[in-house]
Design a protein around this ligand. Structure first.
Ligand SMILES: Cc1cc2nc3c(=O)[nH]c(=O)nc-3n(C[C@H](O)[C@H](O)[C@H](O)COP(=O)(O)O)c2cc1C
Length: 349
């Protein structure tokens, strides 16, 4: 029998100071008869809270910094947008080819190309500040003090609603990925937590013991967990007999990873004291609903946006329809609902 536990979203949370995002959420009119309540409270600690109108976000690295898409889709309808990984300095990324199509997804080895924090704060955050959709900055560093500095620079900046900490990056001091060790991941989380009052989301890697890392980072002050980054994979060109990607391996994403990450969300939910944001192969509303039933409070749409920039909105519309058809009135009531079924099976019900 699985241990029964209260999900953080089903228990009352201490009132958080109002932010632009909580106010926006509570003042949105809703037709209760036809539209399910999709609002999600991602974080209620720190100086600010993060409340979303709906659970559908874009995934880091697959939607640029969102401003590039604002002319193409109605980004304001999304639950949140997440920036490309941002480092202290601009980065050119790896040589090409950096992506490979696979039968059910893609491999990438972009190498964390990005504009750097100065340009992000100067050119992008002021645009976000005029938006109603919250923007989350995905930060990445090669040393713990780099994460601390990035957090400090983002703190209190208008337009930045939260930080997502990308720990899938090697620590230059020992070559180990921060996300591969609960101890290192906790140190990064603590450094970010201590340097900003923004909600802190830590993005786990599936290439390590994600459950142990989840425990460590939530103890270190993470407000939410993103499960998960890409899975390690490889491709070989049979004509040249060379590895296709410049670094040999890359990150696998897309429909192929969904069952693997779904199980990971399930496992992390069993130990999570904070909300989970799922990321892995979500392209349709039904994918999002599966993740929510496994324990996710929100979802991110990544690779699917390369095929169709409107994919995240499709996920949102389909999810809304599915919930309405199932008579669900509040999304938060079904987070983790599939966990009860395994208990029922085990009890012989
Ligand atoms: C081309 C590409 C670039 C990515 N860049 C980042 C990044 O900068 N930071 C990050 O945390 N995750 C990054 N990711 C991982 C995605 O945000 C997402 O977690 C992952 O692709 C799984 O979701 P999906 O299957 O919906 O794509 C990237 C993924 C892809 C495909």
């Amino acid at each position: 029998m699985l241990p029964r536990r209260e999900h953080p979203l089903s228990t009352p949370v201490a009132p958080a100071p109002a932010s632009r995002y909580t106010e926006a959420m509570t003042t949105t009119p809703r037709d209760a008869a036809t539209t399910p309540d999709l609002t999600v409270q991602i974080a209620a600690t720190g100086k600010q809270s993060l409340a979303l109108r709906n659970p559908v976000m874009t995934a880091s690295g697959t939607f640029a910094n969102a401003v590039e898409f604002a002319h193409a889709i109605d980004v304001q309808r999304l639950g949140a947008v997440v920036s490309k990984a941002c480092a202290l300095q601009p980065r050119g990324g790896n040589p090409t080819p950096r992506t490979v199509e696979t039968p059910a997804g893609m491999l990438n080895s972009i190498g964390l190309q990005g504009i750097g924090i100065d340009a992000l704060l100067r050119d992008v955050a002021p645009v976000w500040a005029t938006w109603r959709v919250p923007a989350i900055v995905n930060i990445v560093g090669e040393r713990i003090d780099e994460y601390a500095e990035l957090a400090r620079r983002c703190d209190g900046v208008p337009g930045i609603a939260a930080i997502e900490v990308n720990i899938s990056c090697p620590n230059v001091e020992n070559g180990l990925e921060f996300g591969s060790s609960p101890h290192l991941a906790a140190q990064v989380t603590q450094a970010v937590r201590h340097n900003c009052g923004l909600p802190v989301i830590v993005k786990l890697t599936p290439n390590a013991d994600a459950v142990a890392v989840a425990r460590a980072v939530q103890d270190a002050g993470a407000d939410a967990l993103c499960v998960a980054n890409t899975l390690l994979g490889m491709a070989i060109d049979v004509r040249t007999r060379h590895l296709v990607l410049p670094r040999g391996s890359g990150g696998l994403s897309g429909p192929a990873v969904k069952p693997i990450i779904l199980r990971l969300v399930w496992e992390v939910y069993r130990v999570a004291a904070v909300p989970i944001i799922a990321s892995g192969g979500i392209a349709r509303g039904v994918d999002a609903l599966e993740y929510i039933l496994a324990g996710a409070s929100a979802v991110q749409v990544g690779t699917a946006s390369f095929r169709d920039p409107n994919a995240a909105l499709t996920v949102l519309d389909e999810l809304t329809e599915l919930l309405a058809a199932q008579g669900v009135t509040r999304l938060s009531e079904i987070v983790g609902a599939a966990h009860g079924t395994i208990e029922a099976h085990q009890d012989g019900v």
